[in-house]
Write a protein that binds this ligand. Sequence first.
Ligand SMILES: Cc1cc2nc3c(=O)[nH]c(=O)nc-3n(C[C@H](O)[C@H](O)[C@H](O)COP(=O)(O)O)c2cc1C
Length: 367
Amino acid sequence: MKNTFGIALTLTIFGESHGEYIGAVLDGLAPGIKIDREYINARLAERRPSGKISTARVEADEYIIASGEFEGYTTGAPLTVLIPNTNKKSKDYSTLKTTPRPSHADYTAECKYHGFQDYRGGGHFSGRITAALVAAGAILRSALISKGIKIGSHIVELHGASDRRFEDYERDIDSLLGKSFPTLTDSAEENMRREAEKAAAMGDSVGGILETAIIGVPAGVGEPWFDTLESMLAHALFSVPAVKGVEFGAGFAFADMYGSEANDPFTIKDGGVVTVTNNNGGINGGITNGMPILLSTVIKPTPSIFKEQATVDLTEGKNTVLKLEGRHDPCIIHRARAVVDAMCAIVIADMLTARFGTDYLASGDKK
Ligand SMILES: Cc1cc2nc3c(=O)[nH]c(=O)nc-3n(C[C@H](O)[C@H](O)[C@H](O)COP(=O)(O)O)c2cc1C
C-alpha cells in the first residue's frame, strides 16, 4: 500500500520537506477518542530540534486537524492531521539532484522517480515528514493510556556511551515523558551529548540504539504468521528514516544462549500467569503473553555530514566530491525516539482494534 500502513486501523502519510504541507490520515479510528491537544503538543516538542546537537531548522509544528474531529472527539471518519512547512530554505539543496548524498535517499529516489521527485531537503524521504507521524501517534497514544497501556523509549547506546536498561518499567517510562534527550540517568545524557557534540565539531554525525518498553497490553494480541506483532512492529519501525535494525527481547544475544537461559519460565503471580524472565520481549508465536513488550531499534548516524565525501555527478557521469551546506542534525536519535514511540502506538492500536473491534479505543464518554 506504499504510503499506507495497518490492518484494521490504517495510517497514510503524505508531504515533502519543502512542500506546502506534510500530513497523516488515520482511518478506522474509534469514534469518541478524546483529542488532547496538550498531549499532542508535548509529543511534537519531543521530536522538535533543540540545542547544539540539532538542526537550526526549527518548525513550530502548528497542526490543523482537518477532518475526523468534532467537539473535541474523533468522529470515526478519517482523521487528517495537516502541518504547514513554514521554515524552508530550498536553495540550500539544489546540488542534491545531480550529486546525491551518500547513504541518503537522493540517489534511490532518482532511480525510482526519474527526476520528477521533489529533491528539496530530501523531499518525501525527509525526517520532516515524521512530525505528522508523531501527531497521529499521539492521538492513539493518549487513547492507549486510557486503557492502561504506556510506551516509552530511551537512548541506551550512543557511539560508545551507554545508559542503564529499563528496570521499574512504569516509573522509567513516566520519567522519560517530556525529555528532549531521553535517557534514564543524567550521567548517560552527559556522556552521550559529549559524543554528539564531538561529532558535530568535526562536521560528522553519530547514531545509536533506542530501547523501547510497551506495558499494559493484554495477553492474546497479535496474529500467528505474517502479521505477528513482531512483524507489524518491525514493519512500522523500519519505515522510520535511518532505522537499520530492530530486535525483540534478547534479540541477537540469543545466539550465545542455551535454551535453558533463553526460555522465560511461567509462574503464577497475584492470580495471573507471568514469566520470571522476559528474554522473548513479551511476544510468543507473534502474540502478546502479557509481559512488557521490549524492543530495540538502531538509528544510523545522520547521513548528511559536513565533511567532504565521494559521490558522483549524475549529469556528467563522473566522480566528484560533495561538500554539504544547509541545515542537518549531527545526531537524530533523540528526535527519532518520538517517532519510534508513535509508530509503536500506531501498531498497538491497530492490533488491539483488529482483536477487540473499532470501539475498543473509545474513551467511553457517551454523547
Ligand atoms: C526525526 C528525523 C530527522 C532526520 N533528520 C535528518 C537530517 O537532518 N539530515 C539527514 O541527512 N537525515 C536525517 N534523517 C534521516 C534520513 O531521513 C534517512 O537517513 C534517509 O531518508 C535515508 O533513509 P534510510 O537511512 O532509512 O536508508 C532524519 C530522520 C529522522 C527520523
